[in-house]
Design a protein around this ligand. Structure first.
Ligand code: HEC
Length: 168
């Protein structure tokens, strides 16, 4: 019995750690990008002032649009950005590698829902390494106005900063 309870506790704990239910004030949940860890790498970025490495990944719809050189991303296209702190590679310290996840954020093209922001909806989940869990960024949709405000500067690229990186 004791063992069953322990197993149940571990199971519930595991479920909470995944946090797919977390939902940003924009109405977008973490669960909406479930499986993103297996999507395609679009590019990496390194933020010099924050010493942070970022991976930009996309779902099939987003990547197909990139490959076609489409001017706009289609409905349902999703781009995810994951930020990491860095550490030296223990086996080769001149090389640095991703260490702790800082946050996972995404933008999704859903023109019906996000009319005021050119069809793009935004969500950010901040990782608390001490607690080992994610937290929703922002208290209200107002906290997300900055996302579109900054992404606006790349309106000519359908509000997406990242270009698909060459690999051959
Ligand atoms: C001050 C400017 C700025 C703000 C504010 C901002 N971003 Fe970005 N975002 C960028 C830049 C620059 C990139 C390109 C990648 C990089 O350099 O990290 C980017 C990339 C992204 C990407 C990958 C697709 C792309 O456009 O390259 C997503 C997803 C994203 N941001 C989501 C968000 C969300 C969600 C918010 C608000 C909570 C937000 N951003 C706020 C500047 C900004």
């Amino acid at each position: 019995m004791k063992r069953t309870l322990l197993a149940l506790g571990a199971f519930i704990g595991f479920g909470l750690a995944h946090d797919w239910e977390l939902t940003a004030p924009t109405g977008l949940s973490f669960g909406k990008i479930k499986g993103y860890e297996n999507w395609h790498v679009v590019a990496t970025h390194y933020r010099t002032d924050k010493n942070e490495l970022r991976y930009i990944i996309g779902n099939d719809k987003a990547v197909e649009a990139y490959k076609k050189g489409a001017k706009k991303f289609p409905e349902g296209a999703i781009l995810v950005k994951i930020g990491y702190s860095l550490k030296k590679n223990p086996d080769f310290p001149k090389s640095v590698e991703p260490d702790v996840i800082q946050r996972v954020e995404y933008m999704i093209k859903d023109s019906k829902t996000f009319k005021d922001t050119a069809g793009w909806g935004f969500a950010r989940f901040v990782y608390d390494a001490k607690k080992g869990e994610y937290k929703v960024f922002g208290k209200s949709a107002k906290d997300y106005a900055q996302c579109f405000a900054c992404h606006r500067s790349v309106e000519r690229k359908d509000f997406v900063f990242t270009d698909y990186v060459r690999r051959k």
